[in-house]
Design a protein around this ligand. Sequence first.
Ligand code: ADP
Length: 482
Amino acid sequence: MSLAEQLLRASADGLIAFDRQCRYVSWNAAMERISGIPASVALGRVAFELFPYLKDTGEEMCFLRALDGESSISRDRPYFVRESGRQGTFDAHYLPWRDDAGTIVGGIAVVRETTAQKLAEQQLRETESRFRNMADVAPVLLWMSGTDSLCTFFNQTWLDFTGRSLEQEWGVGWAEGVHFEDFQRCVDTYEAAFNKRQIFEMEYRLRRHDGLFRWILDRGTPRYTPDGSFAGYIGSCVDITERKELEALLRRAVATRDEFLSIASHELRTPLSALRLQADGMMRLVEKGSPPPLERSERAWHMVQGGVERLEQLVTNLLDVSKMGTSGPTLNLESVDLAQIARDVCERFGEQLDSSGCVMSVRAPAHVFGRWDRMRLEQIMTNLLTNAIKYGRGKPIEVGLEADATTARLHVRDHGIGIAPEDHARIFDRFERAVSSSSYGGLGLGLWIAKQIVEALGGEITLVSTRGEGATFSVLLPKGSS
Ligand code: ADP
């Protein structure tokens, strides 16, 4: 076998030659494999008769050009051989075939089958588009970078979030949306992990399409090709702004609780110390064998009573916080006379008024009946009067009660330190105070409790006050059907 014949046989590519009538004069083994047509059938046959698809796909022109002395290339031509059932795609390179004198006696072609390659490409495209589809509908923001650390992919969720195009985010464009305070930390974390091919996690603020910065948790993982070589990173991000806000809220709540506990223990200790002092003083007198004079005993008794009342009020408030916090105040509704309650409660404050130098006036009609809870109304009044005395030492206090057919309105007005407008709303919240605990004792619960009760009774509590000019708390209560 000549060398030329051996080469023809060994070639992985199909090799053909055709004469000026486009009849095959050479048909190698690779052509037999590709087409499924043996040389014995192909040789001598006109190409377009044996393979009609050559006309349909325009391949015929390449044959004719070769006969005209021109080379041509066709790519990814589809083929279908009816006789053998073979089909697929091929690339072919056509050249004129010249004899020794240089006359064109036909054409030759090198045919390379691309079916498997095309299939692989198509599968890759399908996998790729499946990935993109999944990535685009994923609720997380996804990105991908290459081996040069530049980002080359962002899913639709990311683009919708930032409101920017892929071109804008491409490479390092995405970093434009990172908050400048977080930017350097972000770059450092990414680069350090990237160089070591490590998984990383970072939190940063990213500008959303509406211009707001949102906290993002970004987890990056190195990715590798099937042969194990590093291909870059893939990252997924979730918006954790709400979680962060909740965390901050919880931290504040814990700090408030701790502060509350320390204030509460201080508040409880103060009347306890006073009680102990009185008890010790009395005990010393008894030990000396001299019973205390009546006047001294009375004074001590009043002080003990005041301390006990203070403790009682503190403990009641503390118990109320835990109960009301979950289910609101319990109400025992009955027909009660608010005017009588107001007078009774004010009278009970006689001692405290004396020692604080406050004078209290009460203006109320003889009776104001409504369907309320007696104990709870006393609690509201007690809390408001305690504050009026505490924050208005030495100044007069006016209590007023008015009523019409459906509503009662109670005012407690003092002329004390007053409350700045920015604090008006928050002092009705639990543990909120607008004074320092070193200047004024208190748990920050009295107004919160009063508000809970008033609202449970269908009413409302309001405040009018300016700093330094006293405060007026008004409680509006619907009478209810009595
Ligand atoms: P507490 O008095 O124990 O701190 P409250 O809930 O009764 O708690 O009141 C909350 C805050 O509202 C007080 O700490 C104080 O800053 C302010 N406040 C309440 N009543 C008055 C008042 N009559 N005058 C001035 N400030 C007041």
